[in-house]
Design a protein around this ligand. Structure first.
Ligand SMILES: *[C@@H]1O[C@H](CO)[C@@H](O)[C@H](O)[C@H]1NC(C)=O
Ligand SMILES: *[C@@H]1O[C@H](CO)[C@@H](O)[C@H](O)[C@H]1NC(C)=O
Ligand SMILES: *[C@@H]1O[C@H](CO)[C@@H](O)[C@H](O)[C@H]1NC(C)=O
Ligand SMILES: *[C@@H]1O[C@H](CO)[C@@H](O)[C@H](O)[C@H]1NC(C)=O
Ligand SMILES: *[C@@H]1O[C@H](CO)[C@@H](O)[C@H](O)[C@H]1NC(C)=O
Ligand SMILES: *[C@@H]1O[C@H](CO)[C@@H](O)[C@H](O)[C@H]1NC(C)=O
Length: 331
């Protein structure tokens, strides 16, 4: 007896040193759920490492928490063999913080309602898929969300105003869908962090809510929609906005009264119905890298100074009666 113990102990120690990963980490419930997801997706090749005989913390496309060993991340990128709807079992990974399905062009159906159960979710990125239906209201229950990207899908319906109840959002990407209706007025009421708004390439209509003027957004991309009316509330000299792209809408306001946010680096207003002239104040912004006010109804002389003369004539052409460098001189 004594002998065998002497013999066994160093052996155990040695094997622990040689195979530190041999300890089973995977939570059996998480493993069961992942295998169900694999089955629902029809056993795709990309998930072939999801072998029931191995530790699920070592499988591809997932990550376990270092201490709890619960699945915290599920990321599947670029695969057209994965088809069908998002399986409801994704809602049964209760510690999931990151869920990414990107460039899975054969994923169809709505945004899976069971995602509402993922209260720890911080990062939800479902893009370049064929998911359809609406942007669900339940997203507003996921209070820890910092990043929401549902771009490049086939989503319809309007933008839920309840998204403004999310206190930690850094960005909302709903661009390149088929969303209709107007931008919710509640988007001027974000309480915690103020998210970058990417709503371009949809069919949004109506006016930009005046409430948006209350917040100092970093990035606003509303381009290629059917927005009309005023957009001057998005500007102001005491804002620190970095990018404003309102190109290809039907916006109609007087640019003369607009104060450019200090440090604005990117301003695209092309293809709207903007009137007035370019304010002299625009010469004060030396950080401007991109500027395009073409295809509007602007008039008057382009103020001389700052970066304004460094832009191509195509930044200014197709206006009512804009003149001066880089366009031809005013008569
Ligand atoms: C994926 O979709 C394409 C185009 O719709 C189709 O040709 C292909 O058969 C689909 N693949 C699978 C695995 O469903
Ligand atoms: C949300 O995040 C906070 C701060 O990181 C954390 O303490 C809390 O447990 C998270 N809530 C959930 C449901 O995961
Ligand atoms: C979007 O869905 C429609 C049917 O509702 C379909 O005809 C179309 O091909 C889809 N487009 C994309 C880009 O997935
Ligand atoms: C998915 O979307 C692509 C375009 O991104 C389209 O060509 C394809 O037909 C769609 N597939 C299905 C199954 O809807
Ligand atoms: C910015 O200016 C507007 C009026 O131009 C004013 O109402 C608002 O309080 C100012 N905001 C800050 C943060 O100074
Ligand atoms: C400005 O926008 C117009 C219209 O899209 C385009 O033709 C032109 O090339 C753009 N110019 C610059 C410098 O971006």
């Amino acid at each position: 007896m004594k002998l065998s113990l002497h013999f066994l102990l160093p052996l155990l120690l040695l094997s622990a040193l040689l195979c530190p990963s041999s300890a089973v980490l995977c939570h059996p419930q998480d493993k069961k759920v992942l295998l169900e997801i694999k089955k629902a997706f029809n056993d795709p090749y990309v998930l072939s490492s999801w072998n029931p005989d191995t530790d699920c913390c070592h499988w591809y496309c997932v990550k376990c928490d270092r201490t709890t060993h619960r699945i915290i991340s599920l990321v599947i990128i670029t695969d057209n063999k994965i088809s069908g709807p998002i399986p409801p079992q994704v809602g049964d990974l209760p510690f999931l913080q990151t869920l990414i399905f990107h460039k899975l062009s054969n994923i169809t159906g709505p945004i899976q309602p069971a995602i509402a159960k993922l209260k720890s979710l911080k990062f939800l990125w479902l893009s370049w898929t064929n998911i359809s239906g609406s942007v669900p209201d339940f997203l507003s229950q996921l209070k820890n969300l910092t990043f929401l990207d549902l771009s490049f899908n086939n989503l319809t319906g309007s933008i839920p105003s309840s998204l403004s109840l999310l206190p930690n959002l850094d960005a909302i990407h709903l661009d390149r869908n088929k969303l209709t209706g107007s931008i919710p007025a509640s988007f001027g009421e974000f309480q915690g962090s103020i998210p970058n708004l990417y709503l371009s390439h949809n069919q949004l209509t109506g006016k930009i809510p005046a409430s948006l003027g209350k917040l100092d957004f970093n990035t606003i991309d509303f381009s290629r929609n059917k927005l009309e009316g005023d957009a001057s509330m998005l500007f102001g000299s005491n804002k620190t906005t970095f990018l404003v792209d309102l190109s290809r809408n039907m916006l109609e306001f007087d640019l003369s009264k607009v104060e450019i946010p200090k440090n604005l680096q990117y301003l695209d207003l092309n293809h709207n119905r903007i009137t007035g002239s370019i304010p002299v104040g625009f010469t004060a912004d030396s950080n401007l890298q991109f500027f395009n006010v073409s295809y509007n109804r602007l008039c008057g002389e382009i103020p001389v100074g700052g970066k304004l003369q460094s832009f191509d004539y195509s930044s200014y052409f197709h206006n009512k009666c804009l003149c001066g460098a880089p366009l031809s001189s005013c008569k």
